[in-house]
Design a protein. Structure first.
Length: 154
C-alpha cells in the first residue's frame, strides 16, 4: 500500500498470517502517526496491522487528491464504530446518533459510544476509545473478500 507520508506497522506478525488492517484517518492539522501511535500497544497485543496517511496539505484533506485514491472503495459493508463526547463542540451528539442510525439503515454495522463529560479531545482517552472500538470491530466479520472500485467524485 503506497501512502504519502504514511505510517504502516505490522510489528511481530508473520507475513504468512492474515491480520486485520485498521486504517486510522485523522483530522486536519495532524499526521498519520498521531493516531497510529495511539493504537500501537493494542495492535501488538491483538495482531492488528495499522495504517495512517497524511494529506497533501497538513491543514486539510482534499478530495480526490487525498484519501479515496489510496483507500479505494470496497463494495461491502465495513463496520464503523463512532465515539463521541457529550460536550463535543465540533460534532453535536444528535448528529452522531443520526449518522449511526443512517449507517445501520443502509446495512453498515455501526455503533456509537457516548462519553459523558467529554469534549472533542481524543489523546487522553485514546486507550479506552480504541479498546471499545476494537471490541466492536472484532465481533464483526466481513462476509466476503473485497472487490475494489476506483473512487470517482460524483
Amino acid at each position: 500500500m503506497a501512502m504519502r507520508g504514511a505510517s504502516l506497522r505490522r510489528t511481530g506478525l508473520p507475513a504468512s498470517r492474515p491480520a486485520p488492517l485498521l486504517v486510522a484517518l485523522h483530522g486536519s492539522g495532524r499526521a498519520g502517526t498521531s493516531l497510529v501511535s495511539r493504537w500501537q500497544a493494542l495492535a501488538e497485543t491483538e495482531g492488528i496491522v495499522l495504517a495512517g496517511s497524511d494529506p497533501t496539505d497538513s491543514q486539510h484533506w482534499s478530495s480526490p487528491a487525498d484519501g479515496p485514491g489510496f483507500l479505494r472503495e470496497a463494495r461491502r459493508k465495513i463496520p464503523i464504530p463512532i465515539a463521541i463526547g457529550d460536550r463535543d463542540k465540533f460534532f453535536p451528539i444528535a448528529d452522531a446518533r443520526a449518522t449511526v442510525d443512517a449507517l445501520n439503515a443502509s446495512g453498515f454495522p455501526a455503533e456509537i459510544v457516548e462519553m459523558r463529560f467529554h469534549d472533542h479531545e481524543y489523546a487522553s482517552s485514546s486507550a479506552k476509545i480504541n479498546k471499545t472500538a476494537w471490541e466492536f470491530l472484532s465481533r464483526s466479520a466481513l462476509e466476503t473478500d473485497p472487490r475494489f472500485a476506483e473512487y470517482r467524485k460524483r
